[in-house]
Design a protein around this ligand. Structure first.
Ligand code: NAD
Ligand code: 89Y
Length: 348
């Protein structure tokens, strides 16, 4: 029997309950302590989840007690917290978005690489069951070489009640949900070389955009449209489903409401229902997102144990982040952004 790895979870706010429930479902690891600079939050999380210890200062990373750290704080805090972990030699899984801008992502990645400390970005959408199945279908060759994708997230969930910091975030929608879509685009369609984007701020009073339409040209010459909005009024509200389609030279897969894949190939059509697992702690409408959290955490633990590369390693996540960075630069300038030019400009 392998011994369990002991983790520290930093950040006991809104989303951390999903992380803590998730870790309880993961094999080979457990959360041994939680940390939040707000003592009530740290104590509350420890009590609710039966965690043996709680702390207010991330300096506890240097205690030698932890095999990994799970950082569930907002992006502005990531560089300092990851640096503390890296300096203590503690492997990291950190929530998206990686950091507020690409220069910071590059510094974080370079520091971790130089120290030889593994860092993974918690990018859970690609671990949703429906996207694992979709990837299998694409890899099987059933619809042939892919030529076009549309990944669409449009709803009017009241995100502001749970995550009020988003009201004041200048890089809002592309960083909050666009980054999930861009990671999915890379997962399903491969790397992309060129990006254009138009942003919208629909709801009055926001510091940033709440809608964006992004167009990618992949290295394969396929194109992807990513469209995201928190101001799309539909009933029933499709939150938290990503919808759309992927076209190939020999067929198409539609991603339909109700967690259904409709596969058109060989002159026939079939539906596959790929529902997320309901767990004792999941609840509608969040189930699809919640179920993907322990799947993401399990990937982190399995790769850490085996020494395999994380799917969303810091290094790989630079490529995803570059697409988001390019989207902002395109929206600001009205120009198409070549990722190669962007990386030449920002790399130290
Ligand atoms: P939150 O603001 O509710 O919670 C963050 C917590 O971190 C707060 O309690 C704060 O006190 C604590 N904190 C901040 N800096 C700290 C430090 N240096 N030391 C100790 N504690 C510190 O945020 P949230 O809504 O839980 O979001 C956290 C992250 O999760 C964000 O990056 C967000 O984008 C991401 N998120 C991801 C998903 C997903 O599906 N992947 C969903 C929701 C949120
Ligand atoms: O912040 C968002 C995310 O990353 O996933 C879902 C969410 O919490 C609300 O849309």
């Amino acid at each position: 029997m392998t011994t369990e790895m002991n983790g520290l979870l930093i950040g006991c706010g809104f989303f951390s309950g999903n992380h803590l429930h998730g870790w309880a479902d993961v094999e080979g690891a457990r959360i041994a302590a939680v940390c939040d600079r707000d003592a009530d939050r740290a104590r509350g999380a420890a009590e609710t989840f039966g965690i043996p210890a709680w702390h207010q200062d991330a300096a506890v990373l240097g205690s030698g007690a932890f095999d990994f750290v799970d950082i569930c704080t907002t992006m502005d805090t990531h560089e300092a917290l990851i640096a503390q972990a890296v300096d203590a030699g503690v492997p990291v899984i950190v929530q998206k978005p990686f950091a507020p801008d690409i220069e910071t992502c590059l510094r974080i990645e370079a520091h971790a690489r130089a120290a030889g400390v593994p860092v993974m970005v918690h990018e859970n959408f690609r671990f949703q069951k429906i996207f694992r199945r979709l990837k299998e279908i694409l890899d099987s060759g059933e619809i042939g070489e892919t030529t076009f994708a549309r990944l669409s997230w449009r709803n009017d969930i009241d995100v502001y009640s749970n995550q009020p910091y988003l009201l004041k975030t200048e890089r809002f929608m592309i960083m909050d949900v666009g980054i999930h879509m861009l990671d999915l685009a890379r997962f399903l369609m491969g790397d992309a070389a060129d990006v254009t984007c138009l942003n919208q701020s629909v709801r009055p009073g926001l510091a940033g955009e709440d809608a964006a339409t992004i167009l990618l040209r992949h290295d394969s010459a396929a194109t992807t449209i990513v469209d995201v909005s928190y101001a799309a009024h539909r009933h029933p509200n499709p939150f938290p489903q990503t919808l759309g389609e992927i076209e190939g030279r020999d067929g198409t897969v539609q991603i339909l409401e109700g967690e259904i894949l409709r596969i058109h190939s060989g002159g026939a059509t079939r539906d596959e229902a790929i529902a997320a697992d309901t767990r004792g702690w999941t609840s509608a409408p969040w189930t699809q997102i919640q179920d993907s959290v322990p799947r993401t955490e399990q990937h982190f633990v399995d790769a850490l144990r085996s020494g395999a590369e994380f799917e969303t390693s810091a290094q790989s996540s630079l490529q995803t982040y570059a697409l988001a960075e390019a989207a902002y630069r395109s929206a600001a300038s009205g120009r198409l952004i070549h990722i190669a030019d962007l990386m030449k400009e920002v790399r130290p």
